[in-house]
Design a protein. Structure first.
Length: 262
């Protein structure tokens, strides 16, 4: 039985994890997530994917320790051992922006899964960390690569080498999360935040995600070339042409001292 459920709210796909008692992430659960996400790539009616937990106090506690023990002994495990590499990569490669909604503990693999998402939002109860050094290990699902690219090498090394945990407030201060939603109903607040992104034109969202995610992997000049290659089709898109024409009409009808919002 899968630990994941999927439901659609307008053009937002809400993907929810539930694996009591602590939402440990197993190889199988990661594979199941990939199987759920992959078909969404072809869905034109899905503009944003929201990744969340249904277990109070936890997003993903960390990787399943029983899985790791079996793998270390060379014993069979349920699911693919490569899932900690391939599923985070899928999160980056999906055309739609993926938003991680974190309400509770997200250590180790939980932080790494969140890092692979396009955006991250948190409740005040969220807690992050890459504590692998505390058990003689290092992050192995992209944490040593994605965290420095997001918050800078110095901050990343502080977090990774100390193994310390950090709060939602610190996560926002260093740019790890984009918002801390101080709402009593975090799930609804997170969905509202996702809808704000999803209201944008889907092809523009897809192109913007690719420009940033792929561009960060390139030298700067090549990144500019990628941006140009992505912006040209957007400029000629009839929907974009119509939207810009409507904006121009509003400018023409509005006094110069009045702001015209997009």
């Amino acid at each position: 039985m899968s630990c994941w459920t999927l439901h659609q709210d307008g053009n937002v796909a809400v993907v929810t994890f539930l694996r009591p008692p602590r939402n440990f992430m197993s190889f199988k659960a990661l594979g199941d997530l990939a199987g759920l996400l992959a078909p969404l790539a072809e869905r034109d009616d899905i503009s944003v994917i929201l990744l969340q937990s249904a277990l109070p106090g936890y997003f993903v506690a960390h990787a399943d320790l029983d899985d790791l023990a079996r793998a270390a002994r060379g014993e069979p495990v349920e699911g693919e051992r490569s899932a900690w590499r391939t599923t985070p990569q899928l999160l980056e490669d999906l055309p739609q922006p993926v938003i991680a909604a974190i309400d509770g503990q997200a250590w180790g693999g939980g932080t790494e899964l969140a890092l692979a998402c396009t955006l991250r939002i948190a409740s005040p109860a969220a807690s992050f960390g890459l504590p692998e050094v505390s058990v003689g290990q290092i992050p192995g699902a992209g944490g040593t690569q994605r965290l420095p690219r997001l918050v800078g090498a110095g901050r990343a090394l502080d977090i990774i080498l100390s193994g310390r945990k950090f709060s939602a407030e610190e996560a926002q201060a260093i740019g790890f999360v984009q918002a801390v939603l101080r709402d009593e109903d975090f799930a609804q607040a997170a969905l509202g935040w996702a809808r704000h992104v999803a209201r944008q034109y889907r092809p523009a969202l897809v192109a913007a995600k690719r420009a940033v995610i792929d561009g960060l992997r390139l030298p700067f000049a090549e990144g500019l070339d990628l941006e140009r290659a992505l912006v040209i089709p957007r400029t000629a898109d009839p929907v974009s042409v119509a939207k810009r024409a409507e904006l121009a009409d509003r400018y023409a009808a509005t006094p110069p001292h009045t702001v015209v919002d997009f």
